[in-house]
Ligand binder design. Structure first.
Ligand code: UDP
Ligand code: MG
Length: 319
């Protein structure tokens, strides 16, 4: 359909948000006369999310649903939705109404009227996030910027992509994805809109601090190999240190004042031991990720789908 927007919504245990979100998106987009389809991706929810999606899909033929066989994570859900999308542009938004559907209208007009291929929605305010979360987020983005040069601060997965960009994303073969950075990596003319993060409509966040840390580490590793250069850097620093200390020790020995006591030995052993272990850990982490990639398992497994029957199943192909 001419100028159709596909809205991809990853949903994990969002039973009380599905209907409300569908309603808000519908009224925002219908109001602006934007043709659209809504693709809910149920990321292996344990609650009634799938039932709710099915209800919506039966009521409105523009609503479709994909269901994973288990929880594969938000990243997988986003990529599943993008692959199934048929629109000329695709947007990705959260299911909990923290991303206001009205913003879609502004994003759409930047794409349609101004010809931008990517429209990124940035958080103007971070809502009512806890200060610990904010501190952590700032540390993460600072680290990422220092290492990869990409500034993702205040970014989110809320964005609009032109069909061209979506096709390129669909071609990217990696198993461990980082949606934000991957779409940034692709380039294309990008516009930015700002939005205010709303309160979660219902339910609670799916990202525990533990999961966030895992996500942050995995994102860094999937985007830059700089931590491995850290290993080389420390190695060089220690080499310089070794020459200085070695010379000093030798000179003292030759002049009859050999180094005394085990204190130096113990300290050096401890220091070198821990640095070696950390370095091994960093290298091991990258090797584990190579192993994951090389297994080439699918990013997700579909258990069910609903809606959009009139033109068959060709768009939903597992990857
Ligand atoms: N989500 C998902 N799979 C997961 C975790 C989260 O699809 O394993 C979805 C979730 O349903 C929501 C979006 O990702 O639509 C953002 O999650 P959440 O609101 O919990 O994160 P926060 O806004 O707190 O960062
Ligand atoms: Mg949220």
């Amino acid at each position: 359909m001419e100028g159709m927007m596909s809205v991809v919504i990853p949903a994990y245990n969002e039973q009380d948000n599905v209907a409300a979100l569908a309603e808000r998106v519908r009224s925002a987009l219908d109001g602006a006369q934007i043709p659209f389809e809504l693709i809910f991706v149920d990321d292996g929810s344990a609650d009634k999310t799938w039932e709710k999606i099915s209800e919506e899909a039966k009521k409105d033929s523009r609503i479709r649903g994909l269901r994973f066989s288990r929880n594969f994570g938000k990243e997988s859900a986003i990529f599943a939705g993008l692959r199934a999308a048929k629109g000329e542009c695709c947007t990705v938004m959260d299911a909990d109404l923290q991303h206001p559907p009205e913003t879609l209208v502004r994003m759409y007009s930047l794409w349609k009227d101004k010809g931008f291929h990517v429209v990124e929605a940035k958080k103007r305010s971070r809502g009512t996030e806890k200060w610990t979360y904010r501190l952590f987020a700032n540390m993460f983005y600072g680290l990422l910027k220092a290492m990869s040069g990409q500034d993702l601060r205040n970014g989110s997965d809320f964005r609009l992509l032109d069909r061209k960009v979506v096709n390129e994303l669909n071609k990217m073969p990696e198993r461990q994805t980082f949606f934000r950075a991957m779409s940034g990596w692709l380039g294309f003319e990008t516009a930015v809109v700002e939005f205010d993060v709303a309160e979660r409509h219902a339910g609670k966040t799916k990202f525990s601090p533990r999961r966030l840390i895992k996500y942050a580490l995995s994102s860094i590793a999937s985007f830059t190999a700089v931590p491995m250069q850290f290993v080389t850097g420390v190695g060089i620093a220690f080499f310089v240190f070794a020459i200085v200390l070695g010379l000093q020790t030798l000179i003292r020995k030759l002049t009859g004042h050999s180094a005394e006591g085990f204190t130096t030995v113990i300290l050096l052993l401890l220091l070198i031991g821990s640095i070696l272990m950390i370095s091994l850990g960093i290298i091991g982490y990258y090797i584990a990720r190579i192993y994951e990639e090389i297994k080439a398992r699918p990013r997700y497994v579909l258990a069910d789908e609903i809606g959009g029957q009139e033109d068959g199943h060709e768009a939903v192909e597992n990857s």
